[in-house]
Design a protein around this ligand. Structure first.
Ligand code: SDX
Length: 430
């Protein structure tokens, strides 16, 4: 980890020497773990400059637009792998051999059903319940069904929980869509691939055979790959913090789903579609660009900007390609919203405000258009993101639990409230 040092000297105080740690790639970090002994904390709302852990899973270089999963570039994984291979790579650290892939795929396919008791949870919801509200609840409730794998310190218990979550989250997501529509739940089919099975559970009915379109299957599988993991984003950090108390993985993933739901995070793809619908016509784009630049206006260009990427989000490029492919396949290349999206991207990338603030399209900018073209309703977009990110969450959770340095997460604060004062009886209060 290197032996360079950093020095902090508070005016009139001592000089504090701190180790500087280097990883395999990326920024060095100042190890501040002993800063508290000097009566000092660091202050970093939103953890803009704070590394919460060390990790071997995903590397992002925001300036260069690089995203690696266990060292493999996202462009190569999106081109040559399928989602099951990426799941194996993330969780076990290596791309599977043919035999390993067949075994892993078999295990996941044979965990896709949920206990039939789970279906009763849905009945408590109104039919118009948002799928993310259902998923937060039902995924968390799974913890009541698996007493046989409750020891988070046992790697085998962690592995079976990972298999169950990777396999069952799509089933629960599809059930929440069916419940919204009043259609009967569709059981998973073990003969189908991960993405094809999800489309089957979403769109098949008891009345006729449903054959998923292979172009849609490949597009959805690529969407799953592109959203699988993204180092210490808000929802992953939520999963890690929840898991640091030793709670069960189902509750941790439910916490991750809750965080992902926000429009600043995973909810952005749904918000992008709503924004494109609101823009309605390329002629209205300049007005929305001005709103997004107006500090007094809370409106933001959804699908633009990123905490880490200050260059193109490599996933957005790949998603744009998928968009072209799917819309060409459907003969819908002149899709109105897609045209608005392309023109919005062109104008924004030429605008000084977006250039100066390095606001580029992120993964959510195009994913909504692809999902809409596949026939997925807007309120399911973030649920799709949650399906994909489950492998990232559970892998990061597993790494955190097995990290010898890990301890319960407990940030400190800068207190700005009232100083000590005595209680005032109500009779004396004005
Ligand atoms: C995801 O972390 C991850 O890795 C997340 C994710 C993942 O895979 O897990 O990549 C998935 O969440 C992608 C992001 C999806 N969210 C959106 O598209 C929502 C719109 N984007 C923003 O709200 C914003 O860009 C964030 C939340 C993504 C990033 O916010 P930051 O890093 O806290 O940056 P900021 O809000 O401080 O913005 C910096 C400046 C500000 O202006 P100043 O105060 O410096 O003058 O840029 C402006 C912001 O006002 N700005 C925007 C903008 N995004 C930032 N202005 C207009 N439109 C935008 N979209």
């Amino acid at each position: 980890m290197g032996n360079r040092k950093a020095y902090i000297r508070i005016e009139g105080g001592e000089e504090i020497e701190l180790p500087v740690l280097s990883g395999t790639m990326g920024a060095d970090v100042i190890d501040i773990r002993n800063l508290g002994k000097h009566g000092l904390f660091t202050y970093d709302p939103g953890y803009v400059s704070t590394a919460s852990c060390s990790s071997k899973i995903t590397f992002i270089d925001g300036d260069e637009g690089v995203l690696l999963h266990r060292g493999y570039p996202i462009e190569q994984l999106a081109e040559h792998a399928d989602f099951i291979e990426v799941c194996h790579l993330l969780y076990y650290g290596e791309l599977p051999t043919m035999a390993q892939k067949q075994e892993f795929d078999f295990v996941i396919r044979h965990h896709t059903m949920v206990n039939d008791q789970v279906t009763s949870f849905f009945k408590g919801f109104r039919r118009d319940a948002h799928p993310m509200a259902v998923m937060v609840s039902v995924v968390g409730a799974l913890s009541a069904f698996y007493q046989d794998s409750g020891d988070v310190t046992d790697p085998l218990h962690r592995e079976i929980s990972a298999h169950r979550l990777i396999a069952k989250v799509p089933t629960i997501a599809a059930m929440s869509f069916k419940y919204n529509t009043g259609m009967p739940f569709a059981y998973p089919k073990n003969s189908l691939s991960y993405a094809a099975n999800f489309l089957h559970m979403m769109f098949s009915t008891p009345c006729e055979e449903y054959v998923p379109n292979p172009v849609m299957v490949r597009a959805l599988d690529r969407i799953f790959i592109l959203h699988a993991d993204h180092e210490q984003n808000a929802s992953t950090s939520t999963v890690r913090l929840a898991g640091s108390s030793g709670t069960n993985p189902f509750a941790c993933i439910a916490a991750g789903i809750a965080s992902l739901w926000g429009p600043a995070h995973g909810g952005a793809n749904e918000a992008v579609l709503k924004m494109l619908e609101e823009i309605g016509d390329v002629a209205h784009i300049p007005k929305f660009i001005e709103r997004a630049k107006d500090k007094k206006n809370p409106f933001r260009l959804m699908g633009f900007g990123h905490r880490v990427y200050k260059n193109f989000d490599p996933r957005a490029n790949l998603m744009r390609q998928t968009c072209h492919k799917v819309l060409n396949e459907l003969g819908a290349h002149d899709d109105r919203l897609f045209q608005i999206a392309l023109e919005l991207e062109r104008i924004a990338l030429e605008d000084k405000y977006f250039i100066e603030k390095k606001l580029y399209p992120n993964v959510d900018f195009y994913s909504g258009i692809v999902l809409r073209a596949i026939g997925i309703p807007t309120n399911m977009f973030t649920a799709i993101f949650a399906i994909s990110r489950t492998i990232g969450w559970i892998t990061q959770w597993d790494e955190m639990i097995s990290d010898p340095e890990q301890k319960i997460g407990r940030p400190r604060q800068l207190f700005t409230g009232p100083e000590k004062r005595d209680f005032v009886p109500i009779s004396l209060r004005e």
